[in-house]
Design a protein around this ligand. Sequence first.
Ligand code: A2P
Length: 338
Amino acid sequence: HPVNVAIVGATGAVGETMLKILAEREFPIGQLHLLASERSAGDKVEFGARQVVVQDLAAFDPAGIDIALFSAGGSVSKEYAPKFAAAGAVVIDNSSAFRQDDDVPLVVAEVNPEAMKQRPRGIVANPNCSTMQMLVALAPIHREAGIERINVATYQSVSGTGRKALEELGRQTAGMLNFQDPKPEVYPVQIAFNVIPHGGDFCDNGYTTEEMKLVWETRKILGDESIQVNATVVRVPVFYGHSEAVHIETREKIGAARVRELLQSAPGVEVVDEREGGGYPTPVTHASGNDPVYVGRIRDDISHPRGVSLWVVADNIRKGAALNAVQLAELVLAERNA
Ligand code: A2P
């Protein structure tokens, strides 16, 4: 049975990709409603053979919507997600608005799909992009050897910040090659030809909110409050694809060889691990525009008897946001068809 789908934030970097992925995966769509702010209302978007007109979210009646994919920021989700849920839709929310709520499941399709079933508010949260790709790679290791501690440094692309950040990196890069001074607007300092150790807002403990998401989202998704996570989030001048240097310590010794073997058959993972130039994934050569979470540089940590190091790369807009949201929508579809 075709389902009626709404995309809230349809004109954004993630919303557009949601639409593309729904088409690629031939999601059985009945009615399709594309919603954004009144700024984009009236714009036309192609979807297969259809031309869909973007509507103003504030003026939209959600009655009859079966599944609503939200990616328009936390404040939009807080205000409108409960209204869509009250009208009968299952809301899959990409913002951080509900992720910490006990009565809202936080789900990575390959890791904890069973958590989808308990959604008393009709809302399911899509995890943060960095947590998403890290856990697709780490969940199989955790199940076998128990992860005690994770040390992670991220190298995050600008697309995670939204369309304005993509434009800022392009504008600053072009400008600087023409001897113009960069004007930071989206980021606090120049992003072109630079790296910025700052994502989100600063917390009292000196970490940033983007770093703390890696801590508590990991615990909630893996269902293990004892996992220790130490994160440093860094924004780099890459358009699409987040990379992560991940160092884990397990309860039982596992070793790089077994980790490689586990990941070779793990859902959603592609191992790229030849010990030579180019034998590892990068955002540009592998992740950008593709679905898998790529893992390379798998090696035993010479500084710790139960440590393994890995390099994890994925398209933050696809697996990190839009793809996982569509996978969750497919799980809802499977329930309806069961
Ligand atoms: P619009 O294009 O009309 O501003 P991104 O994360 O790439 O910046 O995209 C944000 C998305 O969220 C866009 O589709 C944007 O629509 C939408 N959006 C932002 N604020 C609102 C709002 N107040 N109401 C509805 N949609 C919004």
